[in-house]
Design a protein around this ligand. Structure first.
Ligand code: CTP
Ligand code: MG
Length: 228
C-alpha cells in the first residue's frame, strides 16, 4: 500500500498580516501558529513524515523547540518565491515514490481538526485522482466594478471555497506543478492536466489565517478546542 506524507509550505512572509514576524510564527494559543498546524499532521497515525518547507533565509525556525514531533517532522530549507514554487521545491527535495500520497497543507491553517484530516484521507485513499477539503459557498457573491460598487451578482450554485490539505499522488503533483507553476493551489495544477480532483466537504473552522483580525478567531477556536 502507498505511504502517506504531508508537506507544509511555510516560506511566505504574510504580507497581508502586516507584521514584523512572518505570520506562521505569530503567537497563537501559547505557540507559534505553525506549531498547531504541524501538531495535527504529526498526530495522524497514517501520516509517515511531515515535511515543512522553510525559506532558505528563515531566521525564526531554530528559535523554537520542535523536539516533541521527533523524527516525524523533517525540515527543508528550500522555499521558493511563490507557494507553488515552495511546494514544488519541497516535493523534489523529499524524494518520494511516485505512488505515495502527499497532503499539502498551508502553515497558515492551524485550526485543521483531526476529524477533518481523517475524513479527507478516508475519502481519497482509493481515489484515482485525489482531491481537497473545501466548503460550499454560503454567502451571496457580488462582482465589483472598478469603483467598489456592485457590477452584478454572481451565481453561487456549485461554487466551493478551496482549503487544504490537498491530497495527490506525489508523481502526479510533481508533473502538474512543473507544467503549471503559476497556480495558487495544488488542485489547480492537477486540473491543468485535465483531471477533476474530488471536493471533500470541510467547514469554515479550517480557514486560512490571512488578516490581523483572523488571529483572534483562530485563538478562540484553538483554546476552546472546538475544531469541528
Ligand atoms: N508560502 C510559501 N512560499 C511562498 C509563499 C507562501 O511556502 N513563497 C506558504 C505560506 O507560508 C502559507 C501558505 O503558503 O503557509 C499559504 O500562503 P498565504 O496564506 O498566501 O501566505 P503568505 O504568502 O505568507 O501571505 P500573503 O499572501 O499575505 O503574503
Ligand atoms: Mg500568499
Amino acid at each position: 500500500m502507498s505511504k502517506i506524507f504531508a508537506l507544509v509550505p511555510a516560506a511566505g512572509c504574510g504580507s497581508r498580516m502586516v507584521s514584523e514576524l512572518p505570520k506562521q510564527y505569530l503567537p497563537l494559543a501559547g505557540h507559534p501558529m505553525i506549531y498547531h498546524t504541524l501538531a495535527t499532521l504529526c498526530a495522524n497515525p497514517e501520516v509517515d513524515i511531515v515535511f515543512v518547507v522553510l525559506a532558505s533565509d528563515d531566521t525564526h525556525w531554530h528559535s523554537y523547540d520542535w523536539s516533541l514531533f521527533g523524527d516525524k517532522l523533517q525540515q527543508l530549507f528550500c522555499g521558493g518565491a511563490t507557494r507553488a514554487e515552495s511546494v514544488l521545491n519541497g516535493l523534489m527535495a523529499a524524494e518520494l515514490e511516485l505512488d505515495d500520497w502527499l497532503l499539502v497543507h498551508d502553515a497558515a491553517r492551524p485550526c485543521l481538526s483531526h476529524k477533518q484530516l481523517a475524513r479527507l484521507i478516508e475519502a481519497l485513499r482509493d481515489d484515482e485522482v485525489g482531491g481537497i477539503l473545501a466548503v460550499p459557498v454560503a454567502d451571496t457573491l457580488k462582482r465589483a466594478d472598478g469603483e467598489c460598487r456592485i457590477a452584478h451578482t454572481e451565481s453561487r450554485e456549485g461554487v466551493w471555497q478551496a482549503q487544504t490539505p490537498q491530497m495527490f499522488r506525489a508523481g502526479l503533483l510533481l508533473q502538474a506543478l512543473q507544467i503549471a507553476p503559476n497556480v495558487t493551489d495544488d488542485a489547480s495544477a492537477v486540473e491543468a492536466l485535465g483531471f477533476h480532483p474530488k471536493l471533500v466537504t470541510s467547514s469554515f473552522s479550517n480557514f486560512k489565517v490571512t488578516y490581523p483580525q483572523d488571529i483572534e478567531l483562530a485563538e478562540l477556536l484553538l483554546t476552546q478546542g472546538k475544531k469541528i
